[in-house]
Design a protein around this ligand. Structure first.
Ligand code: GDP
Ligand code: MG
Length: 439
């Protein structure tokens, strides 16, 4: 999806004037790109219609930067297609909070059960209990027990002979006794949606009355994922979706259609096989990534997870009063480098998509070295206050770093964008802190 759309986006962004013809051409490209990305055709139709209406409307035509305005419209619509804002995990008033994981075999239920437990403990200080309710294969129980060991988290199992409903009920009792506040039930899957499976899942659901029913779907299966999501939702009325294997999905079609088709939020994204590779799903960031605008917010979040707390605290304070400087940027970069794998991180930096094909992940580490060189050629004052920058300073920096002035300009622009995003993020976080009942 990214490649094709980004070509079109690039063409239109710089335009000082956007004609109806331009919009038509763009929507045609957007349409093709989405269909090519395996997005549900009904979804595409609605989407294109909305973009067209807005892009040909006054909002765009009368703006000073119509090209950019069109992109903004596309981004907003993409974001809302994927569900507006990010979602959280329910918290039951009477613990434990019960989460039931459902989905086809191989979708990633068991792995995600472990990841989610890990996330709840690490980020929210919760005490989860993992429950092995997939009784058809001994291997399934072993798999969960192994995950539990790796994470040092308790796993509840009654072997393969017990009934999943009993297992779930007893697990909840145990959680109450031991003051564990989350119960995550890993259920069985099948290769295809079938009645037996749905019956079993419905029974579990009716008996334990879970606070969340998370449908786990494999993003790599594209349009199939959408159909699977639709039938699971019809039968089980799921509360949210976890999209796994987004790390391998270059097309993004599933993410774009699932919310539109089921009207259930995508809550988390699986970004790899490791147990810390589950992220909150941010529709806006996903939209930005698709449009090649980079994903600075995820980058910062990742950095904060990995750098030591004190540094993170400092950074947060700097963001709050917007005193983030190029020195901090440099510091961040060296942190980023130690965070690896670089490929993942690079794809989040604005403009980085141009450095590499999204499919053929091959990082040009030279680019980072160049950025470093440019910052190092700035004076102390320039690093703290880039607003002093003028043509002769830029020339001097270009010369000092051995990079063209255009590159210096680009970095300054990116830095400015980043600061703006940080401000937005700080505001977002302020809003979040005020809210109660998050998981
Ligand atoms: P289940 O049958 O639904 O329980 O699926 P599993 O949890 O056993 O996962 C099936 C396979 O998918 C395993 O090899 C997992 O390591 C892999 N997997 C799960 N989530 C992800 C993900 O987000 N990214 C990648 N790359 N692999 C994943
Ligand atoms: Mg499993």
């Amino acid at each position: 999806l990214a490649d094709r759309l980004q070509e079109t986006i690039k063409k239109i962004t710089g335009k000082g004037k956007v004609s109806e013809q331009d919009v038509k051409e763009m929507t045609r490209e957007v349409r093709l790109a989405l269909l090519e990305a395996d997005v549900n055709y009904k979804v595409v139709k609605d989407f294109v219609k909305r973009i067209k209406e807005r892009a040909i409307g006054q909002e765009v035509m009368e703006s000073l930067t119509p090209g950019q305005q069109v992109i903004k419209v596309v981004k907003e619509e993409l974001t809302s297609l994927m569900g507006g804002e990010q979602s959280r995990v329910a918290v039951s008033e009477r613990p434990p909070t019960v989460i039931m994981m459902v989905g086809l075999q191989g979708a990633g239920k068991t792995t995600t059960t472990g990841k989610l437990a890990n996330l709840l403990r690490k980020k929210h200080n919760r005490k989860p209990l993992l429950v092995a309710a997939d009784v058809y294969r001994p291997a399934a129980i072993n798999q969960l027990e192994t995950l539990g060991k790796q994470l040092s988290l308790p796993v509840f199992s009654l072997g393969t002979e017990a009934n999943p409903v009993d297992i779930a009920n007893q697990a909840i009792e145990k959680a109450k006794e031991e003051h564990l506040d989350y119960v995550i039930i890993d259920t069985a899957g099948r290769l295809h949606v079938d009645e037996d499976l749905m019956d079993e899942l419905q029974q579990i659901k009716q008996n334990v009355n879970p606070d969340e029913v998370f449908l786990v779907v494999d993003a790599m299966t594209g349009q199939d994922a959408v159909n699977v999501a639709e039938s699971f939702d019809q039968q089980l009325d799921v509360t949210g979706v976890v999209l796994t294997k987004l790390d391998g999905d270059t097309r993004g079609g599933a993410a774009l259609s699932i919310k539109a088709v089921t009207n259930k939020p995508i809550k988390f994204a699986g970004m790899g096989e490791k147990l810390d590779e589950l992220e909150a799903f941010h529709p806006e960031r996903m939209a930005s990534r698709i449009l090649g605008m980079g994903d600075v917010l995820s980058l910062i979040e990742k950095a904060q997870d990995n750098v030591d707390q004190k540094k993170a605290q400092e950074l947060e304070e700097k963001m709050r009063d917007a005193s983030f400087t190029f020195d901090d940027f440099l510091d961040q970069m060296s942190q980023v480098k130690s965070m690896g794998p670089l490929e993942d991180l690079i794809s989040m930096i604005p403009g980085a998509n141009k450095m590499k094909g999204l499919k053929n992940v091959q990082v040009d580490e030279k680019q980072l070295v160049h950025v470093e060189a440019i910052i190092q050629s700035m004076t102390k004052k320039e690093r703290v206050d880039p607003s002093v920058m003028n043509a002769s300073r830029k020339k001097r920096i270009a010369k000092g770093s051995g990079r063209p002035v255009s590159e210096v300009n680009r970095l300054l622009k990116q830095f400015d964008d980043m600061k703006k995003m940080m401000k937005q993020m700080t505001n977002m976080q302020k809003g979040k802190k005020g809210k109660k009942g998050k998981g």
